[in-house]
Design a protein around this ligand. Structure first.
Ligand SMILES: Nc1ncnc2c1ncn2[C@@H]1O[C@H](COP(=O)(O)OP(=O)(O)OP(=O)(O)O)[C@@H](O)[C@H]1O
Ligand SMILES: [Mg+2]
Length: 501
């Protein structure tokens, strides 16, 4: 089969469903956007910058809001020629310390041809920083030196001057960089250069650097990922007082979805270093509908989707804790399904399938991440479930667990530990726990499988690689019970089992 273009793809512009797409309008975040504006307004007003910390659970629009506001500010600053702002955005997702974050940020500038001039100005003669080896303080020195060079003088001014020089008949043999240098070193013999400069400023309406305030705002997204080694968050606001920078007004905006991290920051930051805290609330179903309708309209062709898909996707997204990303992802997956089926319309059924698939993936991941002991506990509960013996108490499933852990792991835990495992798995949504208090001295809870997906559990158990060296964590007894139930339950399950094998 060769490739031919799908003729009736439901997508008008699938790009708008991508993670990094910034919509024309950020909906349902008026309060949050206002608070970000308040922080950035300081720059417009040419006043002291404010440091901020943005908190909110996943998918509440933190990243999109800050990028949206940054864009808005950059557009607005075109109207004011006495401030110059640079935004440094760094996602810390795959970084584990401030040291690594500092290297990543420094290199993003060192490798950017737009900032070629840094190599001439810096006291560092390599193309980029190595990912390890340099002392931490040295890395920070370079980073702050870079920040201090992200100025109007070295960027906009330099290029405006260059353009003016090329146009002007004033002089032929002077480069913009010579003029800039002459400006900073005051000396008698510079007077000619300074005259040229002044003429150029006047003739081409160029703002001299001394009349411009430089702001550098560093956005550290998912900053909780750098854990407790997060000193960069504190070093940036202090860098001016500590004389690490002198040309710029630095500020930091930290973003996180980790409530524990937020609390730890509050206890760490002293009063001299206050971060303005902005909290992003969970989306309600109406807000999600607005967001998803906006996306669906842009993503799909006009008659290529049922209107009901957005309320449905919103309901699923709301169940996921109000996560807009989840809803957008459902639209994207539903569209792909429709396309694959050559269906001309994306329907509710496609959204449902997409949701079920995502849910299965999530459960698979959670199950896969369990410890060996926990997996064996799950196997035991599944065994009883297959025999119609759930909900089951810890006491009743314990002998089964003991048999399995003894044969597969060579060791078993005391009932109390097993109770912890059961509790954890019910918190993860793998087991359903119900209160079955029967009186003093009796165990209080009974457990059954929550999302009954036997195939998935069997797959995870079979793929496990326990430390003891035995292959998999699949007890023969469980396989037998599964086959038995598949037979009695008719062909459907049997077919599913075969497809699994
Ligand atoms: N109010 C909104 N209007 C339009 N699109 C939105 C809105 N809120 C979120 N989105 C979209 O939902 C997705 C998730 O949003 P975003 O990445 O900003 O979440 P987040 O709060 O940064 O989550 P995390 O903590 O996981 O990083 C993005 O695709 C974003 O464009
Ligand atoms: Mg984010």
């Amino acid at each position: 089969m060769t490739f031919t273009r799908t003729t009736d793809s439901p997508f008008e512009d699938s790009q708008v469903l991508a993670e990094d797409y910034i919509p024309d309008e950020v909906l349902g975040r008026d309060e949050e956007l206002d608070q970000i504006s308040e922080v950035l307004q300081q720059i417009v007003d040419n006043e002291q910058p404010v440091n901020a910390f943005i908190y909110g659970i996943s998918g509440t629009g933190k990243t999109v809001s800050i990028k949206y506001k940054q864009r808005e500010l950059e557009n607005a600053l075109g109207r004011y020629d006495d401030v110059h702002a640079t935004f440094v955005y760094q996602n810390c997702e795959s970084l584990s310390s401030s040291y690594q974050a500092a290297i990543a940020i420094a290199n993003s500038f060192l490798e950017d041809s737009e900032y070629e001039y840094l190599h001439d100005e810096l006291d560092f003669d390599r193309k980029k920083l190595p990912s390890s080896g340099l002392p931490k303080e040295h890395v920070y020195d370079i980073l702050f030196e870079i920040f201090d060079l992200l100025t109007y003088k070295h960027t906009t001014y330099r290029s405006e001057l260059q353009t003016a020089l090329e146009d002007s008949t004033l002089t032929d043999d002077v480069a913009a960089s010579d003029l800039i240098e002459a400006q900073s070193s005051s000396g008698e013999d510079n007077s000619e250069m300074v005259d040229i400069l002044n003429t150029l400023h006047g003739e081409y309406d160029i703002q001299p650097p001394t009349a411009v305030t430089d702001y550098v705002t560093v956005i550290l997204d998912e900053v909780d990922r750098i854990g407790t080694r997060d000193e960069l968050l504190y070093e940036i606001p202090r860098s001016r007082t500590n004389n690490r920078v002198e040309n710029i007004l630095p500020a930091v905006i930290g973003i996180s979805n980790d409530v524990g991290y937020k609390d730890s920051i509050q206890s760490k930051t002293d009063s001299s270093l206050r971060l303005k805290e902005i909290t992003f609330k969970k989306y309600d179903v109406e807000q999600l509908k607005e967001i998803l309708t906006q996306r669906a309209e842009a993503a799909f062709k006009e008659d290529a989707y049922e209107e009901e898909i957005t309320p449905l996707a919103s309901a699923f997204a709301r169940k996921q804790g109000g996560d807009a990303r989840y809803g957008i992802d459902l639209l994207q997956k539903a569209g792909m399904k429709a396309k694959k089926e050559d269906a001309s319309v994306v329907t509710e059924a496609h959204v449902r399938q997409a949701h079920e698939e995502k849910e299965r993936d999530r459960v698979y991941e959670v199950t896969n991440d369990l410890s060996d002991q926990e997996k064996v506990v799950l196997a035991a509960v599944m065994y009883h479930d297959l025999r119609g013996e759930t909900p089951i108490s810890r006491g009743d499933m314990y002998p089964t667990y003991k048999r399995y852990s003894g044969s597969l792991l060579d060791n078993s835990n005391v009932p109390r530990r097993v109770a912890d495992y059961l509790k954890k798995m019910s918190q993860l949504g793998l087991l359903e726990r119900r209160d079955a208090y029967k009186g003093p001295g009796e165990s209080g809870f009974e457990y059954s499988l929550d999302k009954v997906d036997y195939n998935m559990i069997i797959k995870v158990l079979g793929e496990a690689e326990p430390a003891g060296g035995s292959l998999g964590l699949l007890p023969d007894e469980l396989v037998a019970a599964f086959e038995q139930s598949a037979q009695t339950d008719g062909e459907i399950k049997q077919a599913r089992f075969e497809s699994f094998n």
